[in-house]
Design a protein. Structure first.
Length: 95
């Protein structure tokens, strides 16, 4: 799961707690960790869902201004048969 640096920094500050991904198959698992260039992320709950079910609150937790901002981002993403809502949190610097 590739995450842009500015999003990683927002996760580290606690401003972003969700990510959304379209996949052929998930590349992370609930309860696992993800090593990034800034540090380690905790992967929390993952829910398969329809992008149409993303709420305004979820869009904001993922760092978007609103649902329209989320939908504009979604239109730029590659297509995939699975769409997931992923809870993320900062664990600290990678060793």
């Amino acid at each position: 799961m590739l995450i842009k640096r500015e999003v990683l920094e927002a996760i580290r500050r606690g401003e972003v707690t969700l990510q959304f991904r379209r996949w052929t198959r998930p590349s992370v698992r609930p309860g696992g960790t993800l090593k990034t260039r800034l540090g380690l992320l905790q992967i929390g709950r993952m829910d398969e869902m329809s992008p149409d079910d993303v709420s305004e609150a979820d869009a904001r937790r993922a760092g978007f201004k609103d649902i329209a901002d989320f939908r504009a981002w979604l239109a730029t993403m590659k297509q995939g048969p699975l769409f997931h809502r992923i809870e993320v949190g900062w664990l600290g610097e990678a060793e």
